[in-house]
Design a protein around this ligand. Structure first.
Ligand SMILES: Nc1nc2c(ncn2[C@@H]2O[C@H](COP(=O)(O)OP(=O)(O)OP(=O)(O)O)[C@@H](O)[C@H]2O)c(=O)[nH]1
Length: 305
């Protein structure tokens, strides 16, 4: 019998590089938050990939960026500590963008982890021509050489089209240490359901928002309890959720005219939560202002950071 490999993989890359989408494509089910707005991923959501030859545990980290607030600093600490704990780091380079100073900064940070397998992943290949992709792969190789990082593999993928995703999984598994599976087959994530529910709502709330809101929004699931007195074949789960913003003006944005936006957020996320949990849900959404919570250590703790 051939050996079984298992271990932890973390994708890094500039905001919007496609890390969450790639995590979802590898796992084959939606677990990590994705949105067209940069820097929405906060929690180290783990996705699990079960294969006959091994098990990949994906740790989806927020983008490393210059910290401007206490939250920013904590996120950067979280990213660095995640990197040092994982077996493989996969750096994502979106193919539709040139390698810039932000990428070089990240590669420089990677160079410090010398002994780890380091994957370079050219993401979003469906957006560019083969010529541009060839150029991009060459730039990735050069940027690695310049920083003293030796890429274990350079793999082009399109998570949206599902191209080369399987190959990437295979190469990652091969580069992991030998070891038994950490999680039982069938499990997709070890995040508590509350975290996934909160992230679904956060994503719905951020859809179509074009300002500083992403950083100001925190979602906390207060309670998930089965409605009493329901028969077994007609269950209903009561989900009570607080959406925190930093200012009154932001509260207005979330709620919308006559509550229209909040209603839409509720409808969109309820459907997804029902699919995730496999039960009908009554979703009770409240929007609250927690003034400047990003700068307040007490509030940060309360909101789970
Ligand atoms: N066309 C195309 N778009 C992609 C692909 N992968 C991701 N995207 C899009 O790129 C945007 C960013 O993707 P995410 O997966 O949220 O990126 P991320 O790196 O997790 O972003 P942060 O959470 O900000 O760090 C989204 O609008 C995705 O739909 C791909 O393979 N092809």
């Amino acid at each position: 019998m051939s050996e079984f490999h298992s271990g932890f993989v973390s994708f890094v890359g500039r905001p919007n590089a496609g890390k969450s989408t790639l995590t979802n494509a590898l796992v084959g089910e939606k677990v990590a938050i994705t949105s067209s707005r940069p820097q929405t991923t906060r929690h180290a959501v783990r996705g699990l990939v079960h294969r006959p030859d091994g098990q990949l545990i994906l740790v989806d980290t927020p983008g490393l960026h210059r910290p401007r607030t206490l939250l920013g600093e904590r996120l950067n600490d979280l990213v660095r500590s995640t990197w040092s704990e994982v077996d493989i780091v996969g750096m994502c380079f979106p193919s539709d963008q040139r390698i810039g100073p932000g990428d070089r900064y990240l590669i420089g940070e990677l160079a410090a982890l010398r002994s780890k397998p380091m994957f370079a992943i050219a993401t979003k290949t469906d957006l560019v021509s083969p010529e541009r992709l060839a150029q991009h792969l060459q730039s990735i190789a050069t940027a690695g050489q310049e920083a003293g990082v030796e890429w274990t593999e350079i793999v082009p993928v399109s998570a949206v089209k599902g191209e080369q995703v399987e190959l990437l999984a295979e190469l990652l598994v091969r580069a992991l240490p030998e070891g038994p599976a950490f999680y039982p087959e069938g499990q997709l994530t070890d995040e508590p359901e509350e975290t996934l529910v909160a992230e679904i709502i956060r994503e719905a709330a951020l859809e179509g928002v074009h300002d500083e809101l992403p950083h100001s929004l925190a979602v906390v699931v207060e309670e998930m309890v089965p409605r009493e007195g329901r028969s077994e074949n007609k269950p209903l789960l009561d989900v009570r959720v607080n959406v925190y913003v930093e200012r009154d003006s932001q509260k207005g944005i979330i709620i919308g005219k006559k509550g229209a936006r909040l209603h839409e957020i509720g409808v969109t996320s309820r459907g997804q939560i029902e699919r995730l949990l496999g039960t009908p849900v009554y979703l009770d959404l409240h929007v609250k202002v927690a003034k400047d919570w990003q700068r307040d250590p007490k509030q940060l703790r309360k909101l789970g950071f």
